[in-house]
Design a protein around this ligand. Sequence first.
Ligand SMILES: Nc1nc2c(ncn2[C@@H]2O[C@H](COP(=O)(O)OP(=O)(O)OP(=O)(O)O)[C@@H](O)[C@H]2O)c(=O)[nH]1
Length: 161
Amino acid sequence: MPQPKYRKIAVLGYRSVGKSSLTIQFVEGQFVDSYDPTIENTFNKMVSVNGQDFNLQLVDTAGQDEYSIFPQSHSMDIHGYVLVYSVTSMKSFEVVQVLHDKLLDMVGKIQVPTVLVGNKKDLHMERVIKPEEGKKLADSWGAAFMESSAKENQLDFSHHI
Ligand SMILES: Nc1nc2c(ncn2[C@@H]2O[C@H](COP(=O)(O)OP(=O)(O)OP(=O)(O)O)[C@@H](O)[C@H]2O)c(=O)[nH]1
């Protein structure tokens, strides 16, 4: 059996898009309905993909907006990024694009391993971003794309690791 590989993943996005909820749902299998703004939390989870074990360290970061100073720590020792917006918030979709630009600028690369996630897909009546728009943005980055609901436990990051 090969040794587990260590992977550190940062979860970034605008405020209240569900970064903590997605992370907690993925790691602990539960949904917390209350809103408690995050400063920064780290979670660990072992996952197995195609017979290879991965020791995932997920860094759930504080919500940012287009004016936030992008913390340098978000560009160091990170193997990949989960950039989250809410399908109910145009603002969050705009902010995720600004964050992606800042990220590339900070790491000095033209591409970083990224999954773009459109969360809160259970809120059908409040949706303002179509799946095609998220997919188009992810394609322009060379990133993977998925929609999710932390509430209804519809997420599967594992095949994107
Ligand atoms: N309906 C629905 N609500 C969600 C979903 N994900 C998160 N929420 C709710 O949205 C609110 C914000 O969720 P958080 O996970 O705290 O968001 P966050 O992005 O970590 O927020 P910050 O820490 O401020 O950056 C909470 O009230 C959650 O219960 C989802 O998939 N569906």
